[in-house]
Ligand binder design. Structure first.
Ligand SMILES: NC(=O)c1ccc[n+]([C@@H]2O[C@H](COP(=O)([O-])OP(=O)(O)OC[C@H]3O[C@@H](n4cnc5c(N)ncnc54)[C@H](OP(=O)(O)O)[C@@H]3O)[C@@H](O)[C@H]2O)c1
Length: 338
């Protein structure tokens, strides 16, 4: 099968950083599906795993997490899918990735693809949607049925992949969504995703929030650098409010800044369930099915921003370079193999 792989961890400007390869087609066993991959999206995690270091792989290593495709065959214990089903999923960081014509994935973390979306539109969604859903509804305990209606949330990184879907989920729950966005294009995009307000993070954020009439917010979802926003978040969070972060900190964080406010800080890592094979791992598959139903009902929309075609090393290198710039709006997808 065709695949895009690496053996050395090189800067993305190096043509050998990702190369076209021919690899054996895998066979499914147990709870695995073998999926014919039609489209993939590139996330910052792809670039972080690929980042330059001295390790050398003995065999070509395939990256890629988000995918949409069609089930080709199934392992003997599979119950939720059959060959021919269209699926979408974010995969498992400990296994070979989606940048290949065929990929094995555990059925428990797979959803049925939204019927109203193309493969490219569907591939844009899983990783960021699982992250945003777990961040808002699990870690921040925001009530999806409207129990937090009218509460405010600051979404840092509003026009990025995670922010674009988090804005939509926050609006679905009836929250007032304030999204950071620093450029006219990202501001327009965040507004299009449903943000009630946008604020430019390059200005003094506390002052900008005060001017908006939101000197304090009930929730903060930080989809950018945790260290840089720690002090600002401690200032902006309402007493007894909740903050979620998804980017690991470089330096120790001063938890005391949250103490007098009895504010909560929680981590979200969307690979936790597959990495530790948690008992509730199948919730991610159900979550993706629920999201597909919301998309098909017109309540959520794809966050696809740009599509490159076909899926090959040259286009993936271009996509990695763009994601590494930190300026992507919505999601960047690659579709088709020729
Ligand atoms: N823990 C997890 O499970 C998990 C899951 C997914 C992602 N992540 C991590 O979360 C981060 C965001 O992921 P993503 O997919 O949303 O990334 P992304 O799509 O690449 O985010 C791009 C956006 O970031 C914004 N941005 C750049 N610098 C910023 C700053 N200083 N402050 C606020 N926003 C800034 C830009 O907005 P403007 O255009 O307005 O400047 C841009 O639109 C990455 O580090 C990623 O690795 C973690």
């Amino acid at each position: 099968m065709k695949a895009v792989a690496l053996t050395h961890y090189l800067p993305i400007s190096d043509p050998e950083s990702l190369f076209d390869a021919r690899l054996p087609k895998p066979h499914p066993a147990g709870r695995d599906l073998l999926v014919r991959v039609e489209a993939v999206s590139v996330n910052p995690v792809d670039t972080k795993v690929r980042a330059p270091k001295d390790n050398v792989e003995d065999a070509p290593k395939v990256l890629g997490y988000d995918a949409a495709g069609v089930v080709e065959s199934v392992g003997e214990e599979v119950t939720r899918f059959q060959p021919g089903d269209a699926v979408y999923y974010a995969g498992d960081i400990t296994r070979p990735g989606s940048n290949a014509e065929f990929q094995l994935v555990d059925e428990r973390i797979v959803g049925h693809k939204p019927e109203t979306l193309s493969f490219a539109e569907a591939a844009a969604m899983p990783l960021t949607t699982i992250t945003a859903w777990e961040a808002l509804f699990t870690r921040l305990s925001i009530n999806r049925a409207g129990g937090n209606r009218g509460d405010s949330i600051l979404i840092i990184g509003g026009a990025g992949g995670v922010g674009s879907i988090a804005i939509q989920l926050a609006k679905l729950a009836g929250l007032v969504a304030i999204a950071t966005a620093s450029r006219p294009q990202s501001q327009a995009w965040a507004t299009q995703m449903g943000a009630d307000h946008t604020v430019d993070y390059s200005d003094a954020l506390i002052e900008a929030m005060t001017q908006l009439g939101h000197r304090e917010v009930d929730f903060i979802a930080n989809f950018n650098n945790t260290d840089d926003y720690w002090g600002v978040m401690a200032e902006l969070i309402r007493p007894q409010g909740k903050i979620v972060g998804i980017v690991g900190n470089r330096d120790p964080l001063d938890l005391n800044l949250l103490k007098n406010k009895s504010a909560t800080f929680a981590w979200e890592f969307m690979f936790t369930r597959s990495m530790y094979q948690t008992a509730d791992m199948a919730d991610q598959g159900h979550l993706l099915d629920e999201v597909a139903a919301l998309v098909d009902a017109g309540k959520l929309r794809t966050t696809l921003g740009q599509t490159l075609s076909p899926i090959n090393a040259a286009n993936l290198r271009q996509a990695h370079a763009q994601v590494e710039s930190g300026r992507t709006i919505g999601k960047l997808v690659l579709a088709g193999w020729r």
